[in-house]
Design a protein around this ligand. Structure first.
Ligand code: CAA
Length: 281
């Protein structure tokens, strides 16, 4: 199937990043969000990011113009014109299942419906549609314009053709697709979130200050960001949600979220997006 027009659902951090990368890769892009404020913020975010990438010579004027041409819309009305839909809405199973039911109605027959979910079962999402063979996980990493990986996850009914099409699109987007099976947290968050959780336990038990914990992992293990800074970037509510998916899905206590993480989420300290997490922003 030839893909020319990509429709992205959700204009938040991941959605606007995916829309931007799709546009700089030559696709016609529509980005939808029900919140007008989110659309305005997304427009400003992609403009700032592409200006920076243009200054650094990482994109050219033509690519910047493609990003300026992204359509930001509040409804699914134009989804019927799209050749691929990528959902990047909030990480909430009920919201995603409802969206996939609506996408199944609004997108043309045969169009692939992808989800950027970081942990929810693709098989379950696919079961909300009448096209499980055309549903797949396309898990981008934050910040999308800079990170090479896209984790590609097949549900139990995903066809080989769907997987091949999506892998090819990732390559057109200059990303490295890596295939993972549909299991709680897939590969990325099965490994990343327990590491972040352990860093939070380390803080909770007074083994080190946040700066010390992050410095050890940056200077000692060459991680570009420490685990607590990274948790602030991802969002502490998202980290908590993923750990709960791992604990429930894999049935093992080793994934239990640190008490300090729960307490911070309860307090509304969610990281960068609220101006306070393990650090102040
Ligand atoms: N667009 C354009 N430029 C951007 C950008 C964006 N979206 N985000 C950052 N930059 C720019 C910065 O502005 C900065 O530019 P200047 O040098 O001109 O100031 C440049 O990139 C480098 O940034 P920094 O100097 O702040 O920091 P850095 O060199 O450490 O690079 C980073 C930033 C690429 C984010 C790096 O720290 C990194 O790789 N961190 C780890 C990120 C990571 O692990 N992401 C995955 C999270 S998990 C996930 O997403 C999945 C999930 O399901 C939870």
């Amino acid at each position: 199937m030839t893909v020319k027009h990509i429709f992205v659902i959700g204009a938040g951090t991941m959605g606007n990043g995916i829309a931007q990368v799709a546009a700089t890769s030559g696709y016609q892009v529509t980005c939808m969000d029900v919140q007008p404020a989110a659309l305005e913020k997304a427009r400003a975010t992609v403009a700032k990011s592409t200006t920076k990438l243009l200054e650094k010579g990482m994109i050219n004027m033509e690519q910047k113009a493609s990003v300026d041409a992204i359509q930001f819309v509040p409804t699914m009305d134009t989804m019927k014109d799209a050749d691929l839909v990528i959902e990047a809405a909030t990480e909430n199973p009920e919201v995603k299942l409802r969206l996939f039911r609506d996408m199944d109605v609004n997108a043309r027959e045969g169009v692939i419906l992808a989800s950027n979910t970081s942990s929810i079962s693709i098989t379950k999402i696919a079961a909300a549609t009448k096209r499980p063979d055309r549903v797949i996980g396309m898990h981008f990493m934050n910040p999308v314009p800079l990170m090479k990986l896209v984790e590609v996850i097949r549900g139990s009914g995903t066809s080989d053709e769907t997987a091949k099409t999506v892998v090819d699109i990732c390559k057109v987007m200059s990303k490295e697709p890596v295939e993972a099976n549909d299991s709680p947290g897939f590969i990325s968050n099965r490994i990343l979130c327990p590491m972040i959780n352990e860093a939070i336990f380390t803080l909770q038990e007074g083994v080190g200050a946040p700066e010390a914990i992050d410095q050890v992992m940056k200077l000692g293990m060459n991680h570009p960001m420490g685990p607590l800074e990274l948790a602030d970037l991802i969002g502490l509510d998202v980290v908590l949600f993923i750990l709960e998916v791992l604990q429930r899905g894999l049935g093992e206590d080793k994934y239990r979220p640190a008490y300090l993480l729960r307490k911070m989420v309860d307090a509304g300290y969610l990281g960068r997006k609220t101006g306070k997490g393990f650090y102040q922003y």
